[in-house]
Design a protein around this ligand. Structure first.
Ligand code: AMP
Length: 405
């Protein structure tokens, strides 16, 4: 089944066209990025990935709207030279990554007017993402009128958390009236690596107990008990939890009032700073982990401090989640940093030996793109590196939803 996966942002559309049967049998036909929509000059980067016919095509010119961006995508996908399909009607389903639907849906759903209304309801809690995600759906409905549209929510996998994990200890009507609670994000990735870890370990999903550690541009962890999420580090927004590239993660809320008083920042400037000027960048000036690791290796003191904070916060969450996940099978590292940065994995695991975390240096440093284990041979607790694939998970769920609804 040919599935188009779309991740629409406020000024961008990421897409992948896949032909898939199941998690082990799929072909990535094309992938691309439309960016700088609404700016003076836009860019479309389109890659054809059919084996033997790989090519890349870049177009630079203004893209006034998501509609214009999507029309370029359709033109490129169906182009006689650069394309991979003859007609847009060959696309049998479109899967959309959507940030949040709160508690309304705990699973992937086919898009209906009610689903769109739910996405709209959560604009105030996902102001950067939900409006753009909905725009992506509207535009895709226009260009692929025969294909079912499916919404995959980043919050859905975390809906199994119990109230003691998702409630904040604040006046209860903040939850009942204003829906304030922990929702968690990166759910598609945590779900994908949970299933992959179960397959890798040869255990039924319903029996698997994990701590999944997604370390990419954004970072989050999840405690998985019996294959289900029982806690996660991100909160009502993706700002809570771990130290990230540019986000602070956990901070005393009273610190905001104090610094606002000292600097004259208003609350919007403050939240913007905590999202965009904090984290690794706030401490050492750069947010790409490769640069932070290189600067620390060169002896830059604040890069070293940034790495220490980054690893220490994760260690604390590992300790906390070990307390809530009995009979833990494995720690699972994933996403850009988790999959690729052996020095960061080393820093996180070093010092946790008393918790049974025993990393093997040679296994940790061996490069690979495959799911693998990196603990010492006789260690009881496994440490896995599992490459995530959110687009594949979205495509699989889109296919499943179309076939079953
Ligand atoms: P993601 O959001 O999963 O695409 O992850 C992106 C982040 O992964 C980048 O910002 C980098 O900091 C990080 N990253 C990617 N490759 C490496 C690497 N080889 N070493 C360290 N960090 C990496």
């Amino acid at each position: 089944m040919k599935i188009l996966v779309i991740n629409a942002g406020s000024s961008s559309i990421k897409y992948q066209l896949m032909d898939l049967t199941d998690v082990h049998h799929y072909t990535l036909l094309a992938t691309g990025l439309v960016e700088k929509i609404g700016e003076s000059t836009g860019r479309v980067t389109h890659k054809t990935l059919i084996p033997g016919h790989e090519s890349q095509h870049v177009e630079d010119d203004p893209l006034p709207s998501h509609r214009e961006g999507m029309s370029r995508v359709v033109a490129l996908l169906t182009d006689p030279d650069k394309g991979v399909i003859r007609d847009a009607a060959e696309i049998e389903g479109v899967g959309h990554r959507v940030l949040s639907c709160g508690e309304v849906y705990s699973d992937t759903v086919r898009v209906t007017p009610e689903v769109k209304a739910a996405i709209r309801e959560f604009f105030p809690l996902g102001p950067l993402h939900n409006p753009a995600n909905l725009m992506g759906i509207d535009v895709a409905e226009e260009f692929f009128p025969h294909a079912p549209q499916v919404a995959i929510f980043d919050t859905a996998f975390h809906q199994t958390m119990p109230p003691k994990a998702f409630l904040y200890a604040v006046p209860y009507d903040w939850y009942t009236t204003h829906r304030l609670r922990r929702y968690g994000f990166h759910g598609t990735s945590h779900k994908y690596v949970t299933q992959e870890a179960a397959d890798y370990l040869g255990l039924p999903l319903a029996d698997i107990n994990l701590i999944t550690i997604h370390l990419g541009n954004g970072c989050s962890m999840a405690a998985i008990r019996g294959g289900k999420c029982v806690d996660t580090s991100m909160g009502v927004t993706p700002l809570e939890g771990l130290v990230m590239g540019t986000r602070s993660g956990d901070i005393d809320p009273a610190a905001l009032e104090y610094i606002m008083g000292q600097t004259g920042m208003d609350i919007h400037q403050m939240i913007n700073a905590l999202n965009k000027a904090a984290g690794l960048k706030g401490i050492c000036g750069v947010n790409d982990m490769r640069e932070v690791v290189a600067a620390a290796a060169d002896g830059t003191p604040l890069a070293e401090t940034a790495l220490e904070l980054f690893a220490y916060r994760i260690q604390k969450y590992i300790g906390a989640y070990m307390a809530v996940v009995p009979k833990l099978h494995a720690l699972v590292f994933t996403a850009g940093i988790g999959e690729n940065s052996f020095p960061v994995r080393d820093r996180i695991c070093r010092g946790l030996e008393h918790l049974g975390v025993r990393l093997d240096a040679a296994r940790n440093e061996a490069p690979s793109r495959e799911p693998r284990e990196i603990q010492q041979a006789d260690a009881a607790l496994k440490i896995l590196v599992i490459p995530t694939n959110e687009e594949l998970q979205i495509a699989l769920e889109t296919k499943h939803t179309i076939e079953t609804s």
